[in-house]
Design a protein around this ligand. Structure first.
Ligand code: CO
Length: 184
């Protein structure tokens, strides 16, 4: 099932999501649906709040980016109840976009390396360290679980310039080639 993507301006995107239990109803199906929704929307990551569920779950499949960055080949993961333990390395700029914020792409500064613990799709505990673009995608998706969006992290000047566009998105006045909705 393909979900509509919840747009910027929806209060749910600003909530802190909750951990889930191993017996969460139809978790396998939900994960499958999130991958499906992400793929048809041309995304490389999708967090549960973006489909209207305030739970600490996000999926990543960066294989479409592997053409430009071979290190991303095979980088497909499910993160459940993830917790960032440490962010290290120098901040670096990378242009980000978000399915919930269509037509806006801006450079965001973040630390280069992230150590994260999480449960995978089989609810097996993992602790891993990622850097570069892998870390970047994780940091972006993880922020969604805490109600943070990449546009919060751009410079004050850029924020000012984006205001009109963001207001339009919040009113649903935006074109996207995938299904979207405002969740009141
Ligand atoms: Co996003």
């Amino acid at each position: 099932m393909i979900y509509p993507v919840v747009l910027f301006g929806s209060p749910l995107l600003r909530k802190v999501s909750k951990n889930i239990e191993k017996d969460y109803a139809k978790l396998d199906k939900l994960i499958e649906d999130m991958f499906e929704t992400m793929v048809v929307s041309d995304g490389v990551g999708l967090a549960a709040p973006q489909i209207g569920k305030s739970i600490r779950l996000f999926v990543i499949d960066a294989n479409p980016m592997a053409e430009d960055d071979a290190s991303l080949e095979g980088f497909k993961r499910v993160f459940i109840n993830a917790k960032i333990l440490e962010e290290t390395g120098e901040d670096w700029g990378f242009v980000e976009g978000c399915l919930s914020v269509p037509e806006i792409r801006e450079e965001v500064q973040r630390p280069s390396t992230v150590t994260i613990e999480y449960y995978d799709e089989n609810f097996e505990y993992k602790k891993e360290t990622f850097d570069g673009v892998k870390a970047r995608i994780i940091q972006h998706e993880y922020d969604h679980l805490d109600g943070v969006l990449f546009v919060d992290k751009v410079s004050p000047l850029k924020k000012k310039l984006l205001k009109g566009k963001l207001n339009n998105i919040a009113k649903g006045k935006v074109k996207a080639n995938y299904k979207t909705k405002i969740l009141k």
